[in-house]
Design a protein around this ligand. Structure first.
Ligand SMILES: [Zn+2]
Length: 246
């Protein structure tokens, strides 16, 4: 299904949202988030039953609208078939802690994971870094192991706080959004910002962070709603071209 097919059928049905969340997985794979069958996004069930989580054993580039299971906040599978990812508590505990969040992503993008393994703070050195300027990008350091229990899920959600993304030391990254568009852009921009800063840090050249007030202005000028829509549409067209040729 191409993006225009999804757009022609635009509505708030769960099926339609899950088609877009499936595309978000494939876009993130295209933008450097793929790691075999690891990586998963979820969508808060609009009827309050829990959340729709990508099923296991699938690469991000393989996900289609049917590849989701509905789990409640204790991880019980209510609908759908397939393996439940071990890291389900990472999703349920963020959804519990953050009523403003409707979409959660977790994956192992290469540069963001390398950056997560350092002790440096991710700064607004590039346009992509500006996305995270308001809350910064905290780092989860309690364990580099996977998040498989509600206790670890709560610690992970605490570390995220009100931020849009969290680096998991020696493991990967998690990112959130109110919309599927925002969670996807957060994932893409996190990887780009980490790649930019790693390149800068290893260049051997002197560099500086742009002043705070300039960064604040850039949030308004670079990422208004119409630009976010525009970027989301761009990545969907890019995905359509990639899938048309493969
Ligand atoms: Zn992971």
């Amino acid at each position: 299904m191409t993006h225009s097919d999804v757009m022609y059928n635009q509505d708030d049905s769960i099926e339609n949202v899950l088609e877009n969340v499936a595309r978000a997985h494939r876009i993130l794979e295209m933008e450097g988030h793929g790691d075999m069958s690891m990586g998963h996004l979820s969508f808060r069930d609009p009827f309050g039953r829990g959340l729709w989580l990508k099923r296991g054993n699938l690469g991000m580039e393989e996900v289609q609208g049917k590849d989701f299971i509905l789990i409640d906040f204790d991880g019980n599978v209510l609908e759908g078939q397939g393996l439940r990812h071990l890291e389900w508590p990472l999703h349920t505990e963020i959804m519990r802690a953050r009523p403003d969040v409707n979409f959660v992503g977790h994956s192992h993008p290469f540069y963001a994971t390398v950056f997560a393994s350092t002790e440096a703070e991710l700064g607004a050195y590039s346009n992509e870094g500006v996305w995270f300027a308001e809350h910064g990008v905290p780092r989860f350091t309690l364990t580099s192991n996977i998040i498989t229990t509600p206790e670890l899920g709560r610690e992970h959600a605490d570390a995220l706080g009100q931020a849009e993304a969290l680096l998991l030391r020696n493991h990967g990254a998690s990112y959130v959004g109110k919309t599927v568009k925002d969670v996807t852009l957060a994932g893409i921009f996190l990887e780009k910002a980490a790649k930019f800063q790693l390149t800068l840090a290893t260049s051997g050249l002197p560099y500086q962070l742009p002043p705070d007030e300039e960064t604040q202005e850039k949030i308004e000028t670079i990422y208004p709603e119409r630009a976010r829509n525009n970027f989301w549409m761009y990545f969907n067209r890019k995905l359509d071209r990639l899938e048309a040729t493969s």
